[in-house]
Design a protein around this ligand. Structure first.
Ligand SMILES: *Cc1c(COP(=O)(O)O)cnc(C)c1O
Length: 380
């Protein structure tokens, strides 16, 4: 990935000057730091960043500059990456499945907080000789609706097993904590309320005072024009539910947003390669590139069409079928997308809110996926 200096004010001015033929991701450090401040000012506890949502060094650097000092990592590569960019970072290793070698690597890199959802994983932490006071967060799951996809299908102990693990972690001298993830792009504050109530019941069943309660990621970003993400309502629900469920023994709270911290800071420009009869449009990026999430989440409607001269396309809208650049017929944006009738070959589509799970999962299938990364002042 090529990184350019912040020489352009906006994506439009960049596109007009550079006329790139490959997809471009525009990062606005100002927007990223402003979003970080929404969490730092609003969340009633420690804000950490889930690195997998977007591991670009510029993202880590700007979050650190905004005041985020702790990071949720899931692999030795993410540990090494964060350590190299922010040597003093606090690391939470919250992928609950680890090989013994991965545990040893994390231990040697100063990681002192781990999640577990299974007795075998707790045993690996004990066997690695991690010192007393290392935090072990037991990850539990509930059948909760409200998220775009269900994280409980892969990870998380039942409440009964979680109480058992929590007791064992405390008995082994670890600092006992609980954690959950309500599922990504979760727009319902009640999902957190249900999990927090269950966390209090698990702690009581285990007879363990919690060191901390990590309420996960899952915070929503703005995917559709009509839906402003209810972050304030979620923060308030988390604070109230914790006070209600735990009373005097309320643990310190931690959150680990990925998507909601980084999505808004990045816009994606894709280029129209070909317009065919019947409203079929071929783009230079698709589901194997930065648009990988669209088939899972539904296509965002936060997009604008721009001509090569930087002129916004407008006027009557037509429904179009959008295809990615690879020779695979699955490489299609789901549904149909309303775009201006005067759209022409060589135009760009500018998609907003594209910072999460875009660069992170891009492939080089068919030789595509060579994204450019540019830094801009604002994404307007
Ligand atoms: C992916 C992940 C996150 C971040 O999830 P978002 O939905 O992007 O906020 C947080 N914690 C864990 C353990 C994860 O796996």
């Amino acid at each position: 990935m090529t990184v350019t200096r912040p020489i352009h004010m906006t994506p439009r001015s960049y596109l007009q000057a550079e006329v790139p033929d490959e997809p471009v991701l525009f990062l606005s450090p100002e927007t990223l730091q402003a979003t970080a401040r929404v969490f730092l000012d609003g969340f009633p506890g420690l804000v950490t960043y889930a690195v997998k949502a977007n591991p670009a060094e510029a993202v880590l650097e700007n979050l650190s500059r905004a005041g985020i000092g702790a990071f949720d990592v899931a692999s030795p590569a993410e540990i090494a990456l964060v350590r190299s960019v922010i040597p003093q970072a606090v690391l939470h290793y919250n992928n609950p499945v680890r090989s013994a070698a991965e545990v040893a690597m994390a231990r040697d890199h100063g990681v002192r907080s781990f999640s577990v959802d299974d007795p075998g994983e707790l045993a690996k932490l004990r066997d690695a000789g991690l010192g007393r006071g290392t935090e072990v967060s037991v990850r539990f799951k509930l059948p909760v609706a409200g998220a775009a996809y269900d994280f409980g299908a892969k990870f998380g102990a039942t409440p009964e097993l979680a109480a058992d693990l929590l007791g064992k972690a405390a008995a082994a001298g670890f600092a006992p904590s609980l954690t959950f993830h309500p599922g990504t792009q979760c727009t319902d504050p009640n999902a957190w309320v249900a999990y927090i109530g269950e966390a209090a019941r698990i702690a009581r069943a285990a007879g363990a005072g919690l060191a901390r309660l990590n309420v996960g990621g899952g915070f929503p970003s703005r995917r559709m024009l009509a839906d402003a993400p209810p972050l304030g309502a979620i923060f308030e629900a988390v604070a109230n539910a914790t006070a209600r469920a735990f009373g005097e023994t309320a643990p310190d709270l931690v959150c680990e947003p990925g998507r909601a911290l980084v999505a808004e800071a990045v816009s994606l420009a894709v280029r129209v390669k070909s317009i065919r009869a019947g409203g079929h449009i071929y783009l230079n990026d698709g589901i194997y590139g930065a648009l990988a999430e669209q088939p899972l989440m539904g296509m965002t409607d936060r997009l604008a069409a721009v001509s090569v001269t930087g002129r916004p396309r407008s006027g009557p809208m037509l429904m179009r079928t959008l295809w990615g650049p690879t020779c695979d017929s699955l490489d299609r944006i789901p549904g149909e997308v309303a775009l201006p009738a005067d759209l022409a070959e060589g135009d760009y589509l500018l998609l907003h809110g594209m910072g999460a799970y875009s660069t992170a999962t891009v492939t080089r299938f068919n030789g595509y996926g060579g994204l450019r990364l540019a830094t801009v002042r604002t994404l307007a």
